[in-house]
Design a protein around this ligand. Structure first.
Ligand SMILES: NC(=O)c1ccc[n+]([C@@H]2O[C@H](COP(=O)([O-])OP(=O)(O)OC[C@H]3O[C@@H](n4cnc5c(N)ncnc54)[C@H](OP(=O)(O)O)[C@@H]3O)[C@@H](O)[C@H]2O)c1
Length: 288
């Protein structure tokens, strides 16, 4: 049995669907079973639990050989999942992570480094999926794009190797299926191309059939705008810092790791926008 946490989230749902679709015994840990009805219909076993409740983690781990750990990456919560995996005698753990480092200026990356250190100290055989930014982050910009035909951030002209979170989930599923062959290393996951946010605006314009613009902001302006939009302070600070790092080249990296695992190219940003066009523009105008 493979256990996927965060089954109602972006990466976890893709991993769960990928495994269930192949007839593999998969269980997914969710807080709210109503949100997991489609995963149950796809054949996944649903374990209701919470990262903050150890007993629910122990119950979810019964009979599990591999864990795919996806969560908002709060250190105490992921460390609790790792502890439960060790107690249950799990053989391999695949962790979704980011550009973690103990001295990162981005708080959540320091948290990821703390979790990775705990995972290494646990002795559990594991694999890290160190992904570039997810294309799905653009879905959070959709209200601004719909209202203002544009979006803004402090990413400047920096380029990003955006990856579709569904491809991260697909990679996790492949590794969970064959951890002996594919596991025990760090994958640096990206999509197929480096795009600036102006490039992304050009793709959005082409797909939606009307101009979408990107406006550069300073980090302080970006943070203030996020706070004004109701984003929690810690998240706004981290996001604005991460966007500013992008302007300095922090996310301008591409690898073939996703292709090597999946045996196909990861999705392009054009494909992502096309599939989600109704979110960015509920009334698309015909092109040409
Ligand atoms: N976004 C990016 O650009 C990016 C880039 C690189 C790496 N990452 C990494 O990707 C990971 C996040 O993956 P994601 O975007 O797929 O996550 P996500 O869509 O935000 O989903 C988070 C999942 O965790 C569940 N969850 C939250 N609190 C829980 C709790 N107390 N107990 C049980 N479940 C709980 C949520 O369930 P509910 O539905 O109940 O809330 C949801 O299923 C993080 O490690 C992040 O650092 C993100």
């Amino acid at each position: 049995m493979i256990l996927v946490t965060g089954g109602t989230g972006k990466v976890g749902s893709a991993a769960t669907r990928g495994l269930a679709g192949r007839g593999v015994p998969v269980r997914t840990l969710v807080r709210d079973p109503d949100k997991a009805a489609a995963l149950a219909a796809a054949g996944a076993d649903i374990a209701v639990g919470d990262f903050d409740v150890d007993a629910s983690l122990d119950t979810a781990m019964v009979g599990v050989s591999v864990v795919v750990m996806v969560s908002p990456a709060v250190p105490d919560q992921e460390l609790a999942v790792i502890d439960a995996a060790v107690r249950a005698g799990v053989g391999h753990l695949v962790k979704a992570t980011s550009k973690a480092s103990v001295d990162s200026p981005v708080g959540r990356r320091r948290g990821q480094a703390q979790i990775e250190a705990g995972l290494a100290a646990s002795g559990l055989r594991h694999t890290l999926l160190r992904s570039n930014a997810y294309m799905q982050n653009f879905l959070a910009l959709a209200p601004m794009i719909r209202t203002h035909n544009g979006f803004a951030s402090s990413a400047g002209t920096g380029r990003v190797g955006l990856i579709d979170a569904r491809d991260v989930g697909a990679v996790a599923a492949e590794i969970a299926l064959d951890p002996q062959r594919l596991g025990g290393r760090t994958y640096w996951l990206t999509g197929p191309e480096l795009l600036s946010y102006s490039d992304a605006a050009t793709t959005l314009s082409a797909v939606l059939g009307h101009p979408i613009t990107f406006q550069a902001r300073t980090e302080d302006e970006d943070r203030a705008a996020m706070l004004a939009a109701g984003v929690p302070e810690r998240v706004a600070t981290d996001n604005a810092r991460a966007f500013s790092l992008i302007s300095e080249g922090d996310a301008a990296w591409l690898t073939d790791d996703a292709t090597l695992v999946l045996g196909r190219s990861p999705r392009t940003f054009h494909e992502f926008v096309t599939e989600h066009s109704a979110v960015f523009d509920p009334q698309p105008r015909p092109t040409g």
